[in-house]
Write a protein that binds this ligand. Structure first.
Ligand code: SF4
Length: 384
């Protein structure tokens, strides 16, 4: 099983962010840790000492917690679950928040073995436009400090398609992060989320996005460049040195069970899915009531099949057609005219028994996956 712990605090809200997070205070963090410990104990009693292959502190900004608080959470995970000695333990962090003396040494010595740094850009004007709490010098210092603290598995997040970003500036950012030699890179296209400050500025014309063709080149040429530097493009937004793929995310894409703790966290266990309330007070009430949830979605066989197709098509390995047949009892309709059309347009390919999105297909993955699901849904409707 995968364990996700959502840490819902940030020093301030970035202009583009729609993740669930609120203002940080020492008091709020103490209260939060207490609730997570209660929630973890509750699930530990219900689920038994389930083997954990990955523990992921995401946010928000988990690096705002004190090492002592992270230690308490790790200890509890080891008590209530069977935390594998080989488990991947990731901490998401903002560059500015890991530079406090001793922080990185402490969390590394506690067993956190993977650090995911929200670098986003190496250009200060773009970081300021995004409302990030750090600058590029801090991002570089954070990488060096992580290495000095003994982290050998570093992931850096970057964003392409930003207002004011040109193709050259994006490629310079990529060259800059490659020089920092992380093991993993996540490159996300900017997504304009409803209600964010950045979206309002774009809608008002105060900020202008790069045009579609430039955005496409950022993705395609950027991914090619990273591959040429030894980072395999193993998922739509993810690149890694061999063997350094995110095991936690690979678990999601493979459909493993995951337990999410904290406000707004989602869990899926044995075909049942639920979400914690986002508001802290409501979340605390739910934890106090125990593990029963009012709203649990029971995933139908159809939903599970759709998710398997959707999630595996995100990955470089693609959809295993033998596995598809074993799961659904039917051959994948790869000779269907719509699938043929995707193939002849160079958006998907058949390789070693897997249906894969090409890089061009990954660029428009939502539409391609929607088309494939449409074909499968019609096939399903014809057989019932
Ligand atoms: S640090 Fe991350 S989670 Fe927090 S506001 Fe910025 S983008 Fe959102």
């Amino acid at each position: 099983m995968l364990l996700y712990v959502h840490v819902p605090f940030c020093v301030r809200k970035c202009g583009y962010c729609a993740f669930h997070s609120g203002p940080f205070s020492q008091e709020a963090a103490k209260l939060y840790v207490r609730q997570i410990l209660l929630e973890m104990a509750g699930w530990g009693r219900v689920l038994g000492r389930v083997r954990l292959e990955s523990l992921y502190f995401g946010g928000g900004t988990p690096s705002l917690l004190e090492p002592g608080q992270i230690e308490a959470l790790l200890r509890a995970a080891d008590i209530w679950f069977d935390l594998s000695p080989r488990a991947e333990i990731t901490l998401e962090a903002n560059p500015d928040s890991v530079l406090l003396p001793g922080f990185l040494d402490s969390v590394r010595s506690l067993g956190v073995n993977r650090l995911s740094l929200g670098v986003q850009s190496l250009q200060d004007d773009l970081l300021a436009m995004l409302g990030r709490p750090h600058d590029s010098a801090q991002a570089r210092r954070a990488v060096h400090a992580a290495r000095a603290a003994g982290f050998t598995n570093l992931s850096l997040d970057l964003i392409w398609g930003l207002p004011g970003q040109t193709l050259d500036r994006w490629m310079n950012d990529l060259a800059g992060v490659v020089e920092l030699a992380p093991e993993h890179l996540s490159c996300y296209g900017l997504s304009l989320e409803e209600g964010t400050a950045l979206t309002r500025k774009v809608e008002a014309g105060a900020l202008v996005l790069p045009d579609e063709e430039i955005g496409a080149r950022m993705y395609l040429e950027g991914s090619e460049f990273l591959e040429s530097c030894g980072y395999a493009h193993y998922e739509i937004s993810s690149h890694a040195r061999p063997g350094r793929e995110s095991r936690h995310n690979q678990g999601y894409w493979a459909g493993l069970d995951y337990l999410g703790l904290g406000p707004a966290a989602v869990s899926t266990i044995e075909g049942r899915r639920w979400s914690n309330p986002s508001a802290f007070e409501e979340y605390a009430e739910v934890v106090a009531k125990g593990e029963a949830r009012d709203e649990v979605e029971v995933l139908s066989a159809l939903t599970r099949r759709q998710e398997m197709v959707m999630l595996t098509l995100r990955t470089g390995a693609g959809l295993d057609l033998e596995k598809f047949k074993a799961t659904t009892g039917t051959e994948f309709p790869w000779r269907h005219p719509a699938v043929e059309q995707l193939r002849s347009s160079g958006l998907v390919r058949l390789r070693a028994g897997h249906l894969q999105l090409t890089r061009k297909g990954m660029l428009v993955s939502n539409s391609v996956i929607e088309m494939v699901l449409g074909v499968l849904d019609r096939m399903h409707a014809d057989t019932v």
